[in-house]
Design a protein around this ligand. Structure first.
Ligand code: GLP
Length: 260
């Protein structure tokens, strides 16, 4: 795992946007895995700026979202269909036909989950999966004890996740109880993983993910199993890492061509 500690949230956004832009420049038809939540918003804004300036062509890029609430109308402003449309598809100039979000209102959710897996495979798999992390160590909506082999499926949101996400709704009671999320096994099949986090409130989860034992009770430790995973965090999110100086040293000593 590559651990990159930068000064502040704007440096996290700049680093991650540069990495994603590189993927798209190398492959015009790149397949991106996109995340919701607050953590990637600066990255999307930076990419949108490149597109506006004519420095990045996203017309052939495909995107797959990680997750969606179950039972929430896709037209609801906080459905991930809406969030991805407003924060990713429109500002980045993606073709809406190439942007996929799991179906949270299908009458047969299991069949819809299997279909989502098929769509990812049919697109040739994900080139780069962007991830945030929940305070409880979840990625996507893979809550603690999610199997490392899991595929897209229905999950019950942890009470802490519902409380964390209540800020997007009028009341906590309005936060759906269930979701559909790509599994940890699905996420691990992406060719590159890029996880970003900012702020002290993520420091504990970040320390567990990077330096804790591999354990599904902290689902983000799944990144330890991936051969090309990069974690980009600001100083506050890095504040509980015991080996922070070592990660900085590794970054300073990177041989040309990169290393992990
Ligand atoms: C959300 C999403 C995750 C996200 C995480 C952290 O509920 N399902 O994909 O990474 O929780 O969110 P935030 O970036 O707002 O802290």
């Amino acid at each position: 795992m590559d651990v990159v500690i930068v000064e502040d949230p704007s440096a996290v956004a700049a680093y991650a946007a540069d990495r994603i832009a590189g993927v798209v420049r190398r492959r015009a038809g790149a397949v991106l895995g996109v995340a919701t939540g607050s953590s990637p918003l600066g990255i999307y804004a930076a990419l949108a700026e490149l597109v506006r300036a004519g420095q990045l062509d996203t017309s052939r890029v495909s995107a797959f979202a990680l997750d969606e609430y179950v039972g929430l109308d896709p037209a609801h402003p906080e459905s991930y269909h809406s969030v991805i449309a407003n924060m990713v598809t429109e500002p980045l100039g993606l073709d809406p036909e190439r942007v996929h979000v799991p179906d949270g209102i299908a009458s047969d959710l299991d069949a819809a989950c299997a279909d989502y897996e098929r769509r990812i495979r049919a697109a040739g798999g994900v080139d780069l999966q962007l991830l945030g992390i929940g305070a409880n160590g979840h990625i996507g909506f893979n809550e603690p004890t999610s199997s490392f082999a899991s595929r897209t499926r229905i999950k019950t949101l942890a009470p802490q996740t519902r409380a964390d996400n209540a800020r997007f709704f009028a009341t906590e009671a309005e936060v759906p109880v269930h979701c559909v999320t790509q599994g940890l096994g699905t996420i691990l099949q992406a060719r590159q993983l890029l996880l970003v986090a900012q702020g002290e409130q993520k420091a504990e989860a970040i320390a567990r993910m990077i330096e804790g034992p591999l354990a599904s009770v902290c689902p983000a430790t799944a990144l330890q199993l991936h051969r090309d995973a990069t974690v980009v965090i600001d100083r506050a999110a890095a504040s509980r890492l015991e080996l922070a100086d070592y990660y900085a040293y590794v970054q300073e000593q990177l041989p040309s061509g990169g290393a992990q």
